[in-house]
Design a protein around this ligand. Sequence first.
Ligand code: CTP
Ligand code: MG
Length: 230
Amino acid sequence: MCKIGACAVIAAAGSGRRMGGVSKPNIKLLGKTLFEYVLEAFDSSNVSEIVVVCSEDNEESLRALAVGTKKPISFTRGGVTRAESVRNGVEASAKSSTLICVHDCARPFVTPEMINETLDAAYKHGAACVSSPVTDTIKQKDAVTGFVSTPERATLFAVQTPQCFKKSLYLQALNMLAESISSFTDETSLLEELGVEVCYIQRSETNMKLTAVDDVPIAEILMKRKGGDL
Ligand code: CTP
Ligand code: MG
């Protein structure tokens, strides 16, 4: 089990445009907000501190929901893109936190075991991330020629969060790519640009992300089942 300082960076500063403009961390499943599900998992995990990256609109409500948290917790403001929000979160972490664990607040099924396994793998390999096999056939269209090709599905996988990495590697990548970080939709792509070999972990439990309004009732059913009520 990894015993070094690790900071959770919870990305919660998005605008929820595809959810109809609501703050996703405040959406409730079975009476509990996505933020509370995520915070409880991190509070029971091996991270040593938690940084919540919030927006002007949700800071007050998230601070109120975090009142019973046992681990040291702080709040910082997000940026225009997810990458900028994560950067702000990493910059707000304690000097003693040499590992970072980024998590999207839109994924409420995260568990302490999922967090700890990803942290341990990042400690060993430099960077690690939870992923899942792709079930649709994926097409790729060349932006210039318009030519459409079909990559072999068995070679494809989708990346999720938690994404954990050594802070020193992230800061190196940031230093190299500062101007263009907003074009990176996650931290694995940023680190791979630096040549880091990310360890991809597949786990069996659901780690669904809530994106659009229709995802809410589905997530609620899955949460009921997780709690043993279905
Ligand atoms: N996020 C963030 N700062 C941003 C954009 C996103 O912290 N500037 C966070 C979101 O709060 C979310 C996670 O990154 O927890 C993943 O983003 P996404 O699912 O795209 O959520 P939103 O950006 O809020 O939704 P949308 O893209 O529909 O506006
Ligand atoms: Mg977004």
